[in-house]
Design a protein around this ligand. Sequence first.
Ligand code: 2M8
Length: 439
Amino acid sequence: MSAELWNSAARVLETNWQGDHMVPSRRLYPHQWSWDAAFIAVGLAYVNPTRAWRDLRSLFEAQWPDGRVPHIVFDPATAEADYFPGPAFWSVPAYASRPRHGSTGIVQPPLHAVAAYEVYRRAAAHGAACVQQAYGELEWLYPRLVAQQTYLTTRRDLGGNGLASIVHPWESGLDNSPAWDAAMANVPADMSLLTTFRRRDLDVSDASHRPTDRDYARYVGLVLSYRAEDYSDTGLLQRHAFAVECPSYNSILGAAELSLAQIAAVLGLTAEADAHRDRAQRITQAIVKRLWNPETGTFHARDVRTGTLSPAHCVSGLMPLMLPGLPAEQVAGILAEARSERFGLPDETGLPVPSYDRTAPDFDTQRYWRGPVWINVNWLLRRGLLVHGRRDEAEDLRAAMVRLVHRNGHFEYFHPKNGEGLGAPTFSWTAALALDLLA
Ligand code: 2M8
């Protein structure tokens, strides 16, 4: 089974390579996405480390002067009509955009330091030249990764509590997660906006698997609001209808500091390594202080505008397990939540965890981040289980992910009851992470 799965995964990454970057899938997502590039690099580290570095470089070449790494880098060879919203819609200021390439003005989870360190770690298996290349790439990336963290922890600390806020659901990577429902209810849904654009995603996928038109009206309205001031973060909380502290986003922010500490150590920057570890600890403490709900015993998203915690139990609430400094009470809470009937680690269901609480009345087996199983967040959860020494559960989760992808293919997401593949069929991060899970 493993050779077959390995080969099919490597083929997906071959198919989706676009000269200097990887697309998540050819039809649905024909550009480069930010956190996809991080997951993809983790898999490319085994089969083509040069492409892993190339992909990360292509992304960071599009970094803005203020340090933000855009959530999409547009491929100039792809027509505007092939993805909505495309570069003309985002219309980012000229100073921000790399020549010939457009980008969006929002960000995604900063997983790239974690990925870069993983690619570096694997280099030795490919020989001395590869190690040397990896060292050079880390030298190039390190200041850029630091600038990305600085942007998020300063300009984006909208609540002033040591956490980064997302200002658009797309920034979370968990687009239509129920975690945003309460906050999104306060975002105007101007349905007349729907007459001004065409949803390309509905041309190439099933509408019942995608966010709704009402979601899209709000998504577009939020882009227009941020775009109106050239994506400036100054005074954003006062003039923008969505600002949320997400447990998954901020856990990745913290994990990135720990990987930066490792990268700094490789580069001989001892004082910097210590500073990164301190920052990771501060982010961990802020996550516990702001996003833990002692009554539910798990983590939830906080609406920075109203100060309230979302009541929804989502997979994002399990992600703080990635942080080694998480106190025992919260580790125990996440493990209980992951084992509960809400999520059911594989010994209950045989499947990886779903994106949303199975017991919730609005659990939706098909609609994107409102129920289906996604490999990337399960990969992060497994990382968390290993960080906290839960080897047996980590192994069960690994086996469940491998089984699911082997039986059903390298799909974008999976039906949380029967494992059927949903969304794009040859999806890059599913393939890339399958390689890591098999290695
Ligand atoms: C999905 O998001 C994009 C918008 O960024 C979309 O729906 O068109 C999400 O699953 C996100 O996490 C992912 O990075 C992106 C590309 O795979 O697709």
